[in-house]
Write a protein that binds this ligand. Structure first.
Ligand code: SF4
Length: 358
């Protein structure tokens, strides 16, 4: 293992089998892996920890997919559902402007009635109020469904969104890009090939996107590495990913957990190794985001010592995480971020969505 870690630090590109070995280490070997990831992070991106001043904007929690790992999406007509109209959306956008956010993230379930026109209108409403912000919305899943609803191609759909003011695409709905896992946790979502096709199409149109991995439900270490390999191959081809965001599965209020199909989310060591191996394996993605909303502030700090160099966003609200049982998921004040990073001798800097330092 030590030889392998030295090789990686010397520029060797990990194979899937090698990465799998690192993802499965036990005991104090875990600290060897995180320490190598931390050294590689320092070499590649230095000692700055970045964050983006952003705000989620929840449009609706009605969703046709009802994925087993999600506590947010609800069927039409069920208790607690909402769908916000133009007035509320623009009020939230005005609040984002007051808060001086540089990124607004409209975030929804996949509403059964949403069309390309609906998304374009919604993007335009936000853009009208806060044109200076990056509107970061729409996953490949939403692009595919809106396109189908409207009888358009996904390319035409993406072009329509760009025209309306879309800044960057969300690389969500990736979950685990292994079809038998997708069948178990999100059977109604597009399959791996379709997700890959749409994200490449977006990158080829000049759109940047995040990349994500939602790990720790029914997936195992090999599935996680297969997923990372798919992302690395896409990045080799398009260069369109701004970062990887590992999303630790929050299980509490999700069907997979309440029906006993999983015993819980990932353990702390699984989180830490996910961050570290991502840093070591993804030699072509500079930024590894540690999502404090998923792992909590204390684990986020440790993640920054295991290959992470970004703390994500201020968020201001995150119903997707809180509905699934997440604590400390709504808002992280940059003052607290500074305390977290200062304590590990790193410098906190604000960035844009595409990682320009402000
Ligand atoms: S993860 Fe997204 S698509 Fe799946 S149920 Fe939740 S909101 Fe709907």
């Amino acid at each position: 293992m030590q030889e392998l870690l030295d090789d990686v630090l010397g520029g060797h590109r990990l194979t899937e089998e090698e990465a799998l070995l690192l993802m499965k280490v036990k005991g104090r070997d875990v600290w060897e892996v995180t320490s190598a990831a931390d050294r590689l992070r320092e070499e590649k991106v230095g000692n700055i920890v970045t964050y983006v001043r952003n705000q989620n904007l929840h449009i609706t929690n009605i969703c046709k997919n009802l994925c087993g790992f999600c506590g947010f999406g609800r069927p039409t007509g069920s208790e607690g559902t909402y769908i916000h109209g133009k007035k509320h959306i623009q009020e939230m956008a005005a609040l984002a402007k007051e808060r001086q956010v540089t990124e607004v993230c409209p975030l929804s379930g996949v509403h059964p009635d949403f069309t390309v026109q609906y998304y374009a209108d919604m993007i335009a409403w936000v853009h009208e109020v806060i044109p200076e912000a990056d509107i970061h919305t729409a996953s490949p899943e939403e692009v595919a469904y809106a396109a189908k609803q409207s009888g358009m191609s996904t390319k035409e759909t993406l072009e329509t969104f760009i025209e309306a003011g879309l800044g960057t695409l969300q690389g969500t709905a990736a979950e685990i890009l292994v079809d038998n896992v997708r069948t178990a946790i999100c059977p109604k979502k597009i399959n791996t090939a379709e997700w890959v096709r749409i994200i490449k199409e977006a990158h080829n149109l000049g759109l940047k996107s995040t990349s994500t991995i939602m790990y720790g439900s029914v997936d195992d270490e090999r599935d996680r590495i297969t997923h990372l390999k798919i992302l690395r191959d896409i990045q080799d081809e398009t260069g369109g990913f701004t970062e990887l965001v590992p999303l630790s599965y929050l299980c509490q209020n999700t069907k997979l957990y309440t029906t006993g199909k999983v015993q819980g989310g990932p353990t702390g060591i699984e989180d830490i190794l996910m961050f570290a191996v991502s840093r070591l394996f993804l030699d072509n993605i500079d930024n590894i985001q540690i999502s404090w909303g998923k792992v909590g502030n204390k684990m986020a700090q440790l993640g920054l010592l295991a290959g992470g160099n970004d703390l994500g966003g201020t968020m201001f609200c995150d119903d997707v995480s809180t509905d699934a049982g997440g604590e400390e998921s709504d808002y992280l004040n940059p003052i607290e971020m500074k305390r977290i990073t200062g304590n590990i001798d790193r410098e906190l800097r604000q960035r844009t969505t595409v990682y320009e330092i402000l």
